[in-house]
Design a protein around this ligand. Structure first.
Ligand code: NAD
Ligand code: MG
Length: 391
């Protein structure tokens, strides 16, 4: 029986994780869970799964939840320290890191430092803290399983030796991208898109932020950096290929000409179940893949002129130091401003480019450096938005 701490239980990944737990009550049990503000959703989770400890983002949300669930034995807590505490709890075997954005970094690291198996959906934490994050994984001998579907596919397609002994056989990592809802749109048409249009992903049902990132290709940019840290490669060793059907979730190309791919219907329950049950597999209720019904799989190159975010992510990797934290923070501010209708869709990449190219980028030696860069870039971006000072 594996005890799960689910960080971000009320989100899209959180709900799919609960689905897998519910399908396999003999294998998994929800020990602890967290959410930011969604009291009603969390109350329903508490009634169904009866976790030991639940952490909310504010005292107000905690108090409301505690009132709604006064008949349960669950302990209700709130705040950053409590989040770190539920991730490192001795009753927990696996931490599902499914908080949205940079806010996920500290609790994810707390789980890693406690040696928990870490299921990483929260790509922003790895993108921003990169080397420090991976150093902690090694130091605490942690099993880190990528949940992002592409990275999960690459993980499944890499040589199956724990030591990575055959890494020299790998010639390229091939990261697939759906291209998002505006794959075929002109710049002119993209000028006026609304948050509702941008959130409508053709293949995946996801949280708002990652849906916007998918539409702007920043998601693929973050994933490029994520792949570099996870699999010890550089952007030069990763090919990004647009594959609108989202059936091939990514591939690994070998020096003898073999290419190994992982395929499946686009449903996050597949990589989630893989991470939870690794090195075994369990059933999911995802429909079996029918290649005959799909009939046709298409592949094309990404357009870096219409979607500059992918290029910016590679730039940030090569700039090194705090550049990736700066790009991520700026993008989080830009996406929030787009969702609030303060800036247009194409302004997201413009703002990202302006902050990345004019910010002060420094070396990263401690986690404080990452947090300082994050705060600095958020202010910088917010200031440009309020002054309308980017073009
Ligand atoms: P979501 O917006 O649906 O859910 C986010 C969860 O995090 C919610 O439970 C919310 O309460 C919590 N949260 C948000 N802000 C918080 C904060 N400041 N402090 C504490 N908790 C906070 O997001 P999602 O789509 O489930 O994505 C979660 C993470 O997984 C993201 O990093 C995303 O990039 C990654 N991911 C998601 C998918 C997907 O299909 N949804 C696929 C790959 C990777
Ligand atoms: Mg992905």
């Amino acid at each position: 029986m594996q005890g799960i701490c689910l960080l971000g239980a009320t989100g899209s990944i959180g709900q799919s994780t609960l689905d897998i737990i519910a399908q396999h009550p003999d294998k998994f049990v929800l020990i602890n869970a967290s959410a930011n503000e969604s009291v009603d959703k969390m109350a329903a989770i508490c009634r169904r799964f009866k976790p030991q400890r639940v952490v909310m983002g504010s005292k107000k949300a905690r108090d409301e939840l505690a009132q709604q669930c006064a008949d349960l034995t669950t302990s209700f807590e709130w705040g950053e320290r409590a989040l770190e505490s539920i991730a490192s709890d001795s009753a927990v075997d696996q931490v599902m890191a499914a908080i949205m954005g940079f806010a996920g970094l500290k609790p994810t690291l707390a789980g890693i430092r406690a040696g928990k198996r870490t299921l990483l959906a929260n790509k922003e934490s790895l993108v921003t803290a990169g080397k420090l994050f991976m150093d902690e994984v090694v130091r605490h001998n942690v099993t880190l399983l990528p949940i992002d579907s592409e990275h999960n596919a690459i993980y499944q397609s890499l040589p199956q030796t724990a030591s990575g002994a055959h890494k020299q056989d790998v010639s390229k990592v091939i990261l697939t991208a759906s291209g998002g809802p505006f794959r075929t749109w002109s710049m002119e048409d993209m000028l006026a898109v609304t948050p509702e249009q941008a959130c409508k992903h053709p293949n995946w049902s996801m949280g708002q932020k990652i849906s916007i990132d998918s539409a702007s290709l920043m998601n693929k940019g973050l994933e490029l950096i994520e792949a570099c840290w996870l699999f010890d490669v550089t952007p030069d060793e990763v090919d990004v290929v647009v594959h609108p059907e989202s059936i091939v979730h990514s591939m690994v190309s070998y020096r003898d000409g073999s290419v190994i791919a992982q395929m499946g219907n686009p449903d996050m329950k597949i990589p989630i179940a893989y991470g939870m049950s690794w090195p075994n597999r369990v059933e999911t209720n995802v429909a079996p893949l029918s290649l005959v019904d799909i009939a046709c799989l298409n592949f094309e190159s990404p357009d870096l002129v219409r979607f500059p975010n992918l290029r910016l992510a590679a730039d940030a990797w090569f700039m090194g130091g705090t550049a990736m934290a700066v790009l991520n923070a700026t993008n989080e501010i830009a996406v929030a401003a787009f969702l609030n209708r303060q800036i247009g869709f194409l302004d997201i990449a413009k703002l990202n480019e302006q902050v990345l190219t004019s910010a002060n980028i420094t070396a990263v030696s401690t986690l404080d450096d990452v947090f300082e860069a994050d705060t600095y870039a958020r202010r910088f971006a917010q200031d440009l938005i309020s002054r309308g000072g980017f073009s």
